[in-house]
Design a binder for this molecule. Structure first.
Ligand SMILES: Cc1cc2nc3c(=O)[nH]c(=O)nc-3n(C[C@H](O)[C@H](O)[C@H](O)COP(=O)(O)OP(=O)(O)OC[C@H]3O[C@@H](n4cnc5c(N)ncnc54)[C@H](O)[C@@H]3O)c2cc1C
Length: 485
């Protein structure tokens, strides 16, 4: 799919070759790629979008990012910031744009263990940050399937969520400070290391989740937490989603809030996983309608110190609790991982969600949020809506149930775009009726702009557009994304 961006007067303001020459002057010839060299930045991870950028620029410092933005501003050239390019909303589409890749700005500049912070450049890959923190006995607690490719600038700009949100919050809760290059090349220093700072409007939060439309994030100060020294992970079959919620609350109460992940995988999802990965073991001999994976973790000696027979109290606690609930009938079956290999097996099932959803084309991709106690209602209502709208449609559901985020992918019976949009609108109807959001963690990009236009509060959209116009008056930063026309 090719998309024309809003700023298209590159030819009019200065010849393309002059602009590329000026960019080479600013960052060095080797850091400006064109033609075949730009190919890796010409499609998104899903393969749903392809485009032809003007060029790819790979600055190595904030000063170089600033020089690029100054040039772009003067010449009204569209700029699309890109990090790991794993975004799922088409946010990096850049026809005719300068793709501003932060991948060379990949230094973990400092880890201050006493302050529990990491100071990082925007191109640090999430898993590299995990490794750097772990080496100091600490954890950066944001994690999801794309951690081996996505980068700081990208996960901050999408306010990414993932599997640990119920314990640690989403990216917004983990960022203390930011350095941002503005549309005209000015550098805004918000590199605070503070947990409290009420000095005026909170511009950091404006930049988090802005998807590259308000500024280019070049550095960040991120929160770290103590490394859990014991983890207990289980796969649990339940009679209903209400029973799943009851399990979540029971484990939270019993552990003092130690649930790190609570992920819902219904039968349809697990069947699809078995089809695609036939060598993988099924979690249970019976195909249950509702399964969750639950993971708890602790660093408290009382939870993690093994007794003489090797029993770890945290694991024993989870086992006892599940055994109790099995006896009462509120849990149908359960397996608790006994080693790291079994834990990885459980996680692999959940983390296959991306490739599984994309294994079918076309697909209607929905990433929605509803209050925790409305997930079951939402799914039941959608079952009924789909049965009327498209009896041939297959919903592939997987959910960060612990925070109410449902990935509601539909493989429609017909590829007709109008039909796919009707399914999308049905999802939006049901989500909004339950007080939910049509975009939980993947952002808006291009994919959800129609939803923004028809569903977001009119006054809120107007306020967003005013902010965009004030910070990027020439409209060069990621034009055509997020804000509806
Ligand atoms: C297998 C898989 C699993 C995933 N699981 C999850 C999940 O559980 N939770 C979740 O939230 N997301 C998930 N995602 C989506 C994606 O990984 C996240 O949105 C991620 O945060 C994007 O990071 P990135 O570095 O790839 O950003 P990119 O895709 O490069 O960019 C994303 C957006 O941010 C902007 N941007 C990039 N860098 C900057 C910068 N330095 N300054 C300003 N703007 C910038 C871009 O213009 C674009 O709009 C998943 C993706 C995949 C492929």
């Amino acid at each position: 799919m090719g998309i024309a961006l809003g700023v298209a007067d590159v030819q009019g303001s200065r010849r393309v070759s002059d602009i590329i020459a000026a960019l080479r002057g600013a960052v060095g010839a080797a850091a400006v790629l064109t033609g075949a060299d730009a190919a890796p930045w010409s499609r998104d991870w899903t393969g749903a979008y392809t485009w032809a950028p003007l060029c790819v620029v790979r600055p190595a410092t904030t000063a170089e990012v600033s020089a690029v933005m100054r040039l772009a501003h003067e010449n009204r050239v569209p700029v699309v910031p890109v990090s790991g390019n794993t975004g799922l909303a088409g946010g990096t589409v850049g026809d005719g744009a300068v793709m501003l890749s932060l991948d060379r700005m990949n230094r973990v500049q400092d880890i201050r263990t006493a302050a529990r912070i990491a100071v990082v450049e925007a191109g640090v890959i999430l898993s590299a940050l995990h490794d750097a923190a772990l080496a100091q006995g600490l954890v950066f607690p944001l994690t999801f399937g794309a951690r081996g490719s996505c980068m700081v600038g990208g996960f901050v700009s999408t306010n990414a969520g993932g599997s640990n949100v119920l314990r640690y919050g989403n990216t917004r809760d983990l960022v203390l400070g930011l350095e941002v290059v503005m549309a005209d090349g000015e550098v805004m220093n918000l590199m605070s290391e503070l947990h409290k700072d009420n000095s005026g409007l909170n511009l950091k939060h404006l930049m988090i989740g802005a998807e590259g439309t308000l500024g280019v994030i070049t550095r960040a100060v991120l929160k770290l937490v103590p490394k859990p020294t014991a983890t207990a992970t289980a796969m649990v079959a339940l009679p209903s989603l209400d029973a799943a919620l009851a399990l979540l609350h029971r484990v939270q109460e019993a552990t003092g809030g130690a649930v790190e992940a609570f992920e819902y995988m219904p039968r349809r999802y697990l069947q699809e996983y078995a089809r695609r990965y036939p060598q993988a073991r099924p979690p249970f001999a019976t195909e249950y309608l509702h399964c969750v994976m639950v993971e708890i973790a602790s660093s408290a000696p009382r939870d993690v110190t093994a007794s003489t027979d090797g029993t770890v109290p945290l694991t024993a606690l989870l086992e006892t609790l599940l055994a109790d609930m099995l006896e009462q009938g509120s849990v149908l079956d359960a397996v608790v991982a006994q080693n790291e290999a079994q834990r990885s097996e459980i996680w692999a099932r959940r983390e296959a969600a991306g490739p599984l959803s994309l294994s079918h084309s076309p697909m209607v991709n929905n990433d929605v949020a509803v209050p925790l106690d409305k997930v079951a209602v939402f799914l039941a209502r959608m079952d009924a809506r789909l049965a009327t709208l498209d009896p041939a449609a297959v919903p592939l559901v997987v959910s960060h149930l612990g925070d109410g985020n449902v990935h509601y992918t539909v493989w429609p019976g017909s590829p007709d775009p109008a039909h796919c949009d009707a399914i999308m609108q049905a999802v939006e109807d049901e989500v909004l009726a339950l007080g939910g959001s049509f975009s939980a963690e993947h952002g808006i990009g291009l994919a959800k702009r129609p939803s923004m236009a028809r569903r977001k509060d009119r006054v809120a959209v107007a306020a967003m557009k005013s902010i965009k116009a004030a910070l990027d008056p020439r409209g060069i930063l990621n034009p055509g994304k997020v804000f509806p026309d």
